[in-house]
Design a protein around this ligand. Structure first.
Ligand SMILES: NC(=O)c1ccc[n+]([C@@H]2O[C@H](COP(=O)([O-])OP(=O)(O)OC[C@H]3O[C@@H](n4cnc5c(N)ncnc54)[C@H](O)[C@@H]3O)[C@@H](O)[C@H]2O)c1
Length: 348
């Protein structure tokens, strides 16, 4: 079978992980790495001998034999690079977040659709074993009706120069929330603080309200002495704690909750007793999950989609939904007010 020829654009922190994973997949042939910092690339030439390192993007775009590109550059460059690649007829895997505005994102979705090309956003956590397990549990209704989603993603750094901490770290949580819950928030409220001259919030708290009292919160920070990666999802039947820092048992399912949610004002003594909230303290189970590196699964999925024409799980529309939530968060950060989520074509 013919290998899929790939060019990786951007070889800073994340780009090498894409090169490694594509290189490890026998269906892919990493033909190019493109990054303007040619000097920095020099030391990698020996590691991947068959890969051409270049600072000239046109070399990739004009190569008719190149099937696809993977883009791992700063967010501000995503739209123009992805547009150029799609217009040159290349399938695109692009790092999160898709781009800077939902209208740019929608344009990319449209170009990919017109040209029948794959546009996949690397929302890496959607391919992470624990998150796939949680999705399965939610689909099986093991949690019951979802009541809340609460995520903490804090550590020291890496301060970005082009986006605030929600666009950097929070984008992961919004992608996870979008995938697991599958609903759009009705209201978005964000507050944040910038502690450097960049004026970009390095600590931000994002709260979202959905229909039927579902509530979500994302705490994202580049200014924390410790690294915390924790998501708690509460349902009417069970609750889940996902601790990505844990070496084992990253997912714990608690049979805990409240039994009586009817708090209508009681009038008689027996009604007062029966209307009391009952707490359920049941078992905890820690199920097994696939431990394959998430990016390896994502890369495999991208290659599947290029081969079969299947729509990626994290397609352009998923990327646009995340960008739209981030846009709303920015409006709220700037105004200090709750903003309504503006639905678009991607909201079905
Ligand atoms: N999926 C994940 O878990 C994950 C993790 C980290 C970063 N990311 C994403 O990856 C992207 C890159 O982040 P990073 O931390 O690697 O950044 P980085 O600054 O370390 O690297 C970016 C690289 O892109 C290069 N570059 C800049 N403009 C370019 C252009 N026009 N053409 C080609 N190369 C160009 C830079 O020279 C640099 O080497 C961001 O979108 C970020 O959100 C994703």
């Amino acid at each position: 079978m013919k290998q899929i020829r790939i060019g990786v654009i951007g070889y800073g922190y994340w780009g090498p992980n894409l090169v490694r994973n594509f290189n490890d997949d026998s269906r892919a042939d990493v033909a190019y790495v493109c990054d303007p910092q040619a000097a920095m690339l020099e030391k990698h030439r020996t590691r991947y001998k068959s890969v051409k390192f270049t600072s000239d993007l046109d070399e990739l775009l004009l190569d008719k034999e190149l099937d696809a590109v993977a883009i791992a550059t700063p967010v501000d460059t995503h739209y123009s690079l992805a547009k150029a690649a799609l217009e040159a007829g290349k399938h695109v895997l692009i790092e999160k977040p898709l781009c800077r505005t939902s209208s740019q994102g929608q344009e990319l979705v449209n170009i990919a659709a017109e040209r029948k090309l794959v546009l996949m956003v690397d929302h890496t956590f959607i391919y992470h074993g624990p998150i796939r397990l949680i999705k399965k549990l939610i689909l099986q209704a093991d949690l019951g009706e979802i009541l809340f989603f609460n995520s903490v993603r804090v550590n020291l750094g890496n301060f970005q120069r082009d986006v605030n901490v929600l666009w950097d770290l929070g984008a992961h949580d919004l992608a996870i929330m979008d995938y697991l819950i599958g609903k759009r928030p009705r209201e978005v409220f964000a507050i944040g603080s910038a502690h450097t001259d960049s004026q970009l919030a390095d600590i931000a708290y994002l709260t979202m309200k959905f229909e039927r009292d579902l509530i979500a919160h994302v705490n994202a920070s580049w200014l924390s002495p410790v690294k915390v990666r924790q998501i708690v999802i509460g349902g009417t039947r069970r609750m889940i704690v996902f601790d990505d820092n844990s070496q084992v048992e990253k997912v714990k399912i608690y049979d805990k909750g409240i039994e009586n949610m009817n708090l209508n004002l009681p009038t008689t003594a027996s009604q007062i007793y029966s209307s009391r909230i009952q707490y359920r303290h049941g078992d905890m189970v820690a199920p097994v999950y696939d431990v394959t590196e998430a990016l390896r699964v994502a890369v495999r999925h991208f290659l599947d989609c290029v081969t079969t024409g299947e729509t990626p799980i994290t397609d352009g529309a998923a990327g646009v939904r995340v960008v739209r939530m981030l846009e709303q968060a920015d409006v709220s950060l700037a105004s200090g007010k709750v903003t309504s989520y503006a639905a678009g074509n991607d909201d079905v």
